[in-house]
Write a protein that binds this ligand. Sequence first.
Ligand SMILES: Nc1ncnc2c1ncn2[C@@H]1O[C@H](COP(=O)(O)OP(=O)(O)OP(=O)(O)O)[C@@H](O)[C@H]1O
Ligand SMILES: [Mg+2]
Length: 455
Amino acid sequence: MTVPVVLGKPQPKQKEFMMATARYVAFGGARGGGKSWSVREKAKRLALKWEGIKILIIRKTYTDLRDNHILPLRAELPSELAPYKETDKAFCFRNGSRIKCSYFANDSDALQYQGQEYDVIFLEEATQFSELVFHVLKACLRGANDFPKRMYLTCNPDGIGFLWVKRLFVSRDYLPGENPDDFMFIQSLVDDNEILMRKNPDYVKQLDSLPEGMKERWRYGSWDVAEGQYFAEFRREIHTCEPFIIPKEWRRYISIDYGLDMLAAYWIAVDNSMNCYVYKELCQSDLPISAAAEAINGMRTADENIYCVLAPPDLWNRSQETGKSKALLFQEAGLTLTKSNNDREAGWLAIKELLRQDLEGNSRLHIFKTCTRLIKNLPELLRDPKRPTDTMNEPHDITHSPDALRYFAIYWVSPENNQIIKRVKYRADVLEDYFNATEEERQIIIKKYGGPPEI
Ligand SMILES: Nc1ncnc2c1ncn2[C@@H]1O[C@H](COP(=O)(O)OP(=O)(O)OP(=O)(O)O)[C@@H](O)[C@H]1O
Ligand SMILES: [Mg+2]
């Protein structure tokens, strides 16, 4: 007995999505564009066409999964053809195909899929997940068969995954090892969902009445600014620069955040006009203190004169067992630390101060493009909804690099720490002295009068 399945009729953008053959296809980018409908429709069609195919549909919460996928699919798929097994949350087709529905309330839920094999994965509302989930799922896309291997992602410009989805599918800013041809984005706005526009015209009015920002994102699919992004002022074109050789007379600092899970260390040089250049990055996990000190010292060049190595004050807490602090252990391992300040709010504000653009569009913080982790993590930080002046501590792995920068920024903006190189106008005799001075004498002059005028 053959059981008829009624297939839906995709609209033009949905058709484009269903025909796409890139390995990773992202769809939507605004509310109501027909994303969830397309996921169900595509999953059904794949299951019918490829006998034995393994499909996974993922949402963030069980309620979303049930309302958008399980209940509609149960209504759309005859139970003789694809009975639903509640214990597995899976539609098991008579032809051997399977659509499993799953939800990841926490990103770490993805880890339970490590080692599993799926031919096609749908990650619904991908921007609600961190990049870790994408990487774990990518590794599940495999199987010794001829079925297509593909991941379909739907998204709105929102949530903790805003930046990685934007980078891969909208900005198309790829890292070594990523193949641009693997990524495709098909935008679909509510205007592309004519059926909804016709049947429910009030929905568009609802989107039109959203507050600015939200309306830009949900109604018009703008990816310019993430909701809740803490450093919304961060712009790659303003705040990053190509590496160059740091002039000898600029004062240099190292600023670290240390934990066994991650050592993040940054080398920062300050020019005579008080611009800060983050010029070297070291991020490594699982380093005991002696190895961390060794790694930092190993990256210092022979002629690199470091003014001080800044670190958070909790490194000075004494261990109950040994009576020694981590700062002391660093010192014993050959790296003397200077205590910075861990006032989070003041620290983040200090970074904002450095990022701020003046009327001519110049800012005081410049990060060498080689410091990839800081450039990635700084704009990823989200505002903590419970304490809007602070950032969220999740996902934790993105916090280490910004924390290290924060220990520098708060130290640096405090007047007693940056006053000595505040520039004063050189008198003619001081300028002459400067030109005739040895390198050592020049340092004394800089200490007294600040850096020389740019020549
Ligand atoms: N091709 C289609 N045929 C019939 N109805 C459709 C079609 N495409 C979308 N719809 C209907 O339009 C409405 C919105 O679609 P859908 O839920 O897929 O949008 P969405 O982009 O997932 O929305 P959201 O951003 O809220 O998650 C739903 O009622 C859906 O059933
Ligand atoms: Mg949806």
